[in-house]
Design a protein. Structure first.
Lengths: 261, 339
C-alpha cells in the first residue's frame, strides 16, 4: 500500500507549436500517501508539466500512467474521478456560495441532470470540515480572504474524491500563516487521506519541510529528485536556481534552511 | 463562527434532488400558466372561445420568444463568464435586422418582388445566422472559442451591422421607413403563421433541453477552464454546443418577433439574484419567467395604448421597463459587495 504508484510519468516530451522543447524526457512517479513537490525556476516547465498531467496539453512523446492506465485512454469523467486540480487563485464568475462551490467537486460523480444524493452531501460536509471552511458555508468567494478562498478550492478538490491531487502554486498569494496552513493541509491529504498530492511550488523551504519527495526541474529536465534530506544540497540548488546558496542547519529541523544570495 | 451555527448549517444543506427540481419546475410552470391565463382574459372584447383563441395565438409566440431569449441569455452569460452578456452579443439581432430591412428595402425598390411576412422572417433568419457565423469565425482559433475574443468580436460585428442599419434608414422612404422601424423594435403579431410558430417552438424547446442537460457543466465552468476540464467537462465542446444552440434559439425568437430588447439580459439577471447562481435551477425558471414577462408585456401593448399608427411595439415596453430596472440592479450591485 505504501509504495503503490498512483502516477507514473515516463519520458514526457512537450513543445508548443513552432517552439523550443519545454519538457524533455521528464520521468518521475508519485505514490499514494505521499506529498510530492515540483520545484524549479520560472519557465522551467513546471506549469506545462501540470497541464500535461491535467490533459490540457498533449505531449509529443512519452506516457503518463494513472492507476496503471495511460491518461489518454480515460474519458473526461473517468479522469476527473481520479485526479483533481487546485489553481493558483480562486475565482468564480458567479456568486456561488462556499457550499455550492465545494459541491461542484461532485460534478464528475453526478448524473446528467446533476441531482445530489445524501452521499454527495456527506462527502461535501467532510471536505468542508477538513479544510475548516464549514464556518462560512453560505458566504460567497469574494467575501472571503485569500487564504479562506484557497481552502474552499482545496475542499472542492477533496469532494471530487480523487486518488491524485494537483496543485499549482496554491500559496503564491498568501501570507506566512496561511502558507503554513495550506502546506500542512497538503501533508494531511497525503498522509491521512492516502492521496498522491503533487504541488508545483516556488518555496524550497516549505516544500522541503512538508513534502515527502521533491522533483527539481531545470529547462524542462529533471535535474534531481528524491527525499528532501537527500536533494536539498547546495550544489543541486545552485544548479537549479542559478544563485548562490547557503544552507543553515537549524537544530529543530531535519532539513536545512535554504538561504539564497 | 460559532460551532452550533456550523452544524445547523450543514444539517439544513439544500439538496438539489429530483424532487426539488420537480417542485421548482412545477412552480415555474404554474406561474407562467397563471400569467397567461390572466392575460388571455384582458381586453376590450367580451371573452368567448374565438376571442380567447385569438389572444392565445399571440400569447403562445410571445411566451416562446420570452423563454428562448431568457434561456439563451442565461447560457451565454455563463459561457462568456459575463453577467452583462445578452443573446444579441452573438450578432443574431443585428444580423437579422440587416437581413429583414434589406429585404424590405429591396422589395420597395422593385429589385425583388415585395416580400410577404413569411419572406421577411426567412430573410431575418438568414441574416442572423450569417452574422453569427461571421462572429464565430472571427472568435475561433483552431475550433476553440475564447470567451473574451467572442465577446469582442460580437461587439464589433454588431457595431458594423449598426452602421449598415443606419445607412438603410437613410435610404428608406415612407411607408417602408415605418415598417422597418416597427420591425426593428420587435412586435408579436396575431397573423404569425402557425407553421412558423411551430418551427420556432421546436427549435426553442429543443435548445432549452440541450442547454438544461449542460447545466452542471455551466456551474463548474464558472470556476475557470482548468477546473472545469479537471472536473470532467469538455470545455471546447461545451462552448461550441452552447454557441450554436443559443444562436439558433435567438434566431428563432428574432424571426418570430424581431429583435425585442432587454428580455435576454434582464430576466437571467433577475432570476440569478433571486434564485442564486445554480444553473440547474436557473435554466428552468428563467425560461418560464421570461415567457411570463413577455406574455404580460405584450398584453400591455395589445390593450393599454393604441397609437395613431397602430399598436405599441412590445420591444419598446421591454426596453422602457428593462432599462431603468437594469440601472437599479447595477446600482444595488455597487452597494452590496456580495454580488
Amino acid at each position: 500500500m505504501s509504495e503503490q504508484h498512483v502516477l507514473r510519468v515516463e519520458e514526457l516530451c512537450f513543445a508548443y507549436p513552432q517552439g523550443p522543447p519545454v519538457l524533455r524526457d521528464v520521468s518521475f512517479s508519485a505514490a499514494a500517501g505521499k506529498f510530492l513537490a515540483v520545484l524549479g525556476r520560472n519557465g522551467s516547465g513546471k506549469t506545462t508539466l501540470l497541464k500535461c498531467l491535467l490533459r490540457l496539453l498533449r505531449p509529443q512523446s512519452g506516457r503518463t500512467l494513472l492507476d496503471g492506465r495511460d491518461i489518454s485512454q480515460y474519458s473526461a469523467a473517468q479522469l476527473a474521478r481520479l485526479s483533481a486540480y487546485v489553481p493558483q487563485n480562486a475565482t468564480s464568475a458567479f456568486a456561488f456560495t462556499v457550499r455550492q462551490i465545494v459541491m461542484l467537486g461532485r460534478t464528475p460523480h453526478l448524473g446528467v441532470m446533476g441531482f445530489e444524493t445524501d452521499m454527495d452531501h456527506r462527502v461535501v460536509a467532510a471536505a468542508m470540515e477538513m479544510t475548516g471552511v464549514s464556518g462560512f458555508a453560505d458566504r460567497t468567494l469574494d467575501e472571503l480572504s485569500g487564504g479562506e478562498a484557497q481552502c474552499v478550492m482545496i475542499a472542492r478538490s477533496i469532494a471530487q474524491q480523487p486518488s491524485m491531487m494537483l496543485l499549482d502554486e496554491p500559496t503564491s498569494h498568501l501570507d506566512v500563516k496561511n502558507q503554513l496552513a495550506i502546506y500542512r493541509m497538503m501533508q494531511r491529504l497525503a498522509h491521512d487521506w492516502e492521496m498522491a498530492v503533487i504541488c508545483v511550488s516556488h518555496d524550497v523551504n516549505l516544500a522541503g519541510r512538508f513534502a515527502d519527495e521533491l522533483v527539481f526541474l531545470r529547462d524542462g529536465q529533471v535535474t534531481a529528485s528524491g527525499r528532501p534530506g537527500d536533494v536539498i544540497r547546495a550544489d543541486v540548488l545552485r544548479d537549479v536556481y542559478d544563485v548562490d546558496i547557503e544552507l543553515v542547519q537549524l537544530p529543530s529541523d531535519a532539513v536545512p534552511l535554504v538561504v539564497a544570495h | 463562527m460559532s460551532d452550533d451555527g456550523d452544524t445547523s448549517a450543514v444539517a439544513q444543506a439544500p439538496h438539489f434532488t429530483a424532487r426539488r427540481f420537480a417542485v421548482s419546475l412545477i412552480v415555474a410552470v404554474l406561474v407562467w400558466v397563471l400569467v397567461v391565463a390572466v392575460c388571455s382574459t384582458i381586453g376590450q372584447f367580451r371573452l368567448g372561445w374565438d376571442i380567447w383563441k385569438l389572444r392565445m395565438l399571440r400569447l403562445i409566440p410571445a411566451s416562446l420568444v420570452g423563454a428562448g431569449l431568457s434561456v439563451a441569455g442565461v447560457a451565454l452569460q455563463s459561457l462568456l463568464r459575463n453577467p452583462l452578456a445578452s443573446p444579441y452579443i452573438l450578432g443574431v439581432s443585428s444580423g437579422s435586422a440587416v437581413g429583414a430591412m434589406a429585404a424590405m428595402l429591396a422589395g420597395a425598390a422593385g429589385v425583388i418582388t415585395p416580400l410577404t411576412m413569411g419572406g421577411t422572417t426567412i430573410a431575418a433568419a438568414c441574416g442572423g445566422l450569417a452574422t453569427t457565423l461571421v462572429v464565430y469565425f472571427i472568435a475561433q482559433r483552431r475550433g476553440r472559442l475564447d470567451p473574451y475574443t467572442l465577446l469582442l468580436s460580437g461587439v464589433i460585428v454588431t457595431a458594423f451591422n449598426g452602421a449598415i442599419i443606419m445607412l438603410m434608414y437613410l435610404l428608406a422612404t415612407q411607408p417602408v421607413f415605418r415598417d422597418i422601424t416597427v420591425w426593428a423594435m420587435g412586435q408579436i403579431r396575431e397573423q404569425t403563421s402557425a407553421a412558423s410558430v411551430a418551427i420556432a417552438g421546436v427549435v426553442i424547446l429543443a435548445g432549452w433541453v440541450v442547454l438544461l442537460s449542460r447545466a452542471k457543466a455551466f456551474n463548474v465552468q464558472s470556476l475557470g477552464d482548468e477546473i472545469a476540464s479537471s472536473a470532467g467537462v469538455n470545455v471546447t465542446a461545451l462552448r461550441l454546443t452552447t454557441f450554436a444552440t443559443a444562436a439558433l434559439m435567438t434566431a428563432a425568437a428574432v424571426a418570430l418577433a424581431g429583435p425585442i430588447a432587454f428580455v435576454g439580459l434582464i430576466v437571467p439577471h433577475v432570476c440569478r439574484r433571486i434564485l442564486g447562481a445554480d444553473h440547474r435551477t436557473l435554466l428552468v425558471t428563467a425560461g418560464f419567467v421570461g415567457a411570463a414577462f413577455l406574455a404580460a408585456a405584450d398584453t400591455l401593448c395589445r390593450t393599454a395604448v393604441t397609437l395613431r399608427t397602430g399598436e405599441l411595439p412590445v420591444g419598446i415596453v421591454t426596453a422602457l421597463t428593462g432599462g431603468p430596472f437594469f440601472i437599479y440592479l447595477l446600482r444595488r450591485r455597487f452597494k452590496e459587495p456580495g454580488l
